[in-house]
Ligand binder design. Structure first.
Ligand SMILES: [Zn+2]
Ligand SMILES: [Zn+2]
Length: 151
C-alpha cells in the first residue's frame, strides 16, 4: 500500500469533530494509521504518523491515543507483559489471540454473538456491558518452529 500523503482525510476529520475532539493533522493521520494497521503498538503507530505528517513526538501520539480511545474511535488492547496495542475495530466486543513467542495478535470473533458474549459466573451486581478475553498460545509459524526436529 502506498502511504497517503493526504494528512487531511476529510471523512476522518469529520469523525473527530463529531466525537467532540479537536481536529489536528496528527490526529487524523493517527486514526487512519490505526485503522490501516493490524493491532499496532504506539511506537509503530508513531512511525506511521510520521510517514504521513512529518515529525510528531511519541508523547503526542500517546496523548492522541488516549483521546481517541476515550472517544471510542479506537480500541486499546493490553496484552499482559507487552505494550498496549490499538485497533480501529470498535464496538463489537471481539476477542484476541496472542502468540506468546512472537507477539502477533489476531482477532477472534465473539463466541456467542453480541456484547457481552461472556456471562460472568458472579456479576457482583454489576451491569456488565463488555468482556475481553485474550487467548494465548503459539501462532502457526512459532508452533511449527518449536515442534520441528532439529536438522
Ligand atoms: Zn508467533
Ligand atoms: Zn482486534
Amino acid at each position: 500500500m502506498t502511504a497517503s500523503r493526504n494528512s487531511r482525510n476529510p471523512a476522518t476529520a469529520d469523525e473527530l469533530r463529531r466525537a467532540g475532539l479537536r481536529v489536528t493533522a496528527a490526529r487524523v493521520a493517527l486514526l487512519d494509521t490505526v485503522r490501516e494497521g493490524d493491532h499496532l503498538d504506539a511506537e509503530a503507530l508513531t512511525r506511521g504518523v510520521r510517514r504521513r505528517v512529518g515529525h510528531v513526538s511519541l508523547q503526542a501520539v500517546y496523548d492522541a491515543l488516549h483521546a481517541l480511545t476515550a472517544a471510542r474511535l479506537v480500541r486499546r488492547i493490553q496484552p499482559p507483559g507487552g505494550p498496549a496495542r490499538f485497533e480501529g475495530r470498535v464496538g463489537d466486543n471481539h476477542h484476541h489471540v496472542l502468540c506468546r513467542s512472537c507477539g502477533v495478535l489476531a482477532d477472534v470473533d465473539c463466541a456467542v454473538g453480541d456484547a457481552p458474549c461472556l456471562t460472568a459466573s458472579d456479576d457482583h451486581g454489576f451491569v456488565i456491558d463488555e468482556a475481553e478475553v485474550i487467548y494465548r498460545g503459539l501462532c502457526p509459524d512459532c508452533s511449527t518452529l518449536s515442534s520441528s526436529p532439529a536438522p
